[in-house]
Design a protein around this ligand. Structure first.
Ligand SMILES: Cc1cc2nc3c(=O)[nH]c(=O)nc-3n(C[C@H](O)[C@H](O)[C@H](O)COP(=O)(O)OP(=O)(O)OC[C@H]3O[C@@H](n4cnc5c(N)ncnc54)[C@H](O)[C@@H]3O)c2cc1C
Ligand code: FES
Length: 267
């Protein structure tokens, strides 16, 4: 991990909700892994003083380029979406522990990626990473509105299913929640494990579904962050394994769903 400054290569609006930013990755820096994030320093109006965390949404090793997918919801994310190619990005990373990947092409059961909201970016990267390692991948993504559905080239070879809570819908998109897709999938096939990222309510319900069925589940927690270096406890996640709280910035952001104290998260 280190701080670096690079020019934005491309900014692509992929739906009403998501803008993908692509930028060069320093050749001498460790390659990022799915689930890891970058701390971005942003010049915005009104100014924001704290850096903001954004998950990697892709990495192209042949060109040494990385990407993040930004969902505008405040001054920093909106300023990032307005950046034009050539403008500079101020980045610290890669940070955090990635999804726990154990190479096993002999296990035919798929790794199932389930998400929505800011989870679309990191799960897109996870799908790409796993397919490059010849793993079977199922990608289930949910959206609130049809206009949010991103025009993305989903990684070839992944079984992709989309859900949206409102009609009218493009052909093949399920009317309902991504959890319907997950439950339907678990009824028909046994996943090797589940990786997930999205709104906390969705994570909680998916974690309960997985725990009830004995499926290993890793959650990427999009906790609010302050210092991002482990000092302020602003990103604390309550856990039930005797350790009290873990910090998403230094001990996460990916956690075993079985150790998260989901009830404690809401109080
Ligand atoms: C590990 C991690 C990875 C992330 N990855 C991405 C990503 O890939 N793409 C992306 O667009 N965003 C991502 N985020 C969220 C992003 O960092 C925040 O939304 C950030 O606060 C945006 O800054 P802002 O100044 O635009 O908005 P702010 O002014 O900070 O926030 C705007 C509004 O959103 C709410 N909010 C902010 N952050 C969160 C949060 N984490 N959970 C719930 N509500 C929140 C605030 O309460 C406020 O109401 C990630 C967060 C974490 C912790
Ligand atoms: S953001 Fe301060 S401890 Fe994690």
């Amino acid at each position: 991990m280190r701080r670096f400054f690079v020019p934005l290569l491309t900014s692509r609006v992929v739906s009403e909700s998501y803008t993908e930013l692509r930028f060069p990755w320093p050749g001498d820096l460790r390659r990022p892994l799915p689930g890891q994030f970058l701390s971005l320093g942003v010049n915005s109006s009104p100014p924001v003083f704290l850096r903001r965390p954004f998950s990697l949404s892709g990495f192209d090793g042949s060109r040494n380029e990385a990407a993040v997918m930004v969902l505008p919801r405040g001054p920093a994310s909106e300023a990032l979406c307005r950046l034009r190619p050539g403008e500079m990005l101020d980045i610290i990373g890669p940070r955090g522990f990635p999804f726990p990947y154990h190479h096993n092409t002999h296990d035919p059961r798929p790794i199932v990626l389930v998400g929505g909201g800011i989870g679309v970016g990191p799960l897109q990267f996870a799908a790409q990473y796993l397919l490059e390692r010849h793993e079977p991948v199922v990608l289930l993504l949910g959206f609130r509105e049809p206009a949010m559905i991103p025009a993305l080239e989903f990684p070839q070879g992944a079984r992709v299913r989309l859900a949206c809570e409102k009609a009218p819908l493009p052909e093949g998109v399920h009317l309902g929640k991504v959890l319907d897709l997950a439950e339907d999938f678990f009824d028909r096939e046994e996943p090797r494990e589940v990786w997930t990222c999205g709104p906390p309510g969705m994570l909680h319900r998916l974690a309960s579904l997985c725990l009830a069925r004995g499926i290993a589940c890793s959650v990427l927690m999009e906790e609010m962050m302050g210092c991002a270096v482990g000092a302020c406890m602003g990103c604390a996640v309550p856990v039930n394994d005797g350790r009290g709280y873990l910090r998403a910035c230094t001990e996460g952001p990916v956690f075993d769903a079985a150790i998260v104290d989901w009830e404690g998260l809401w109080t």
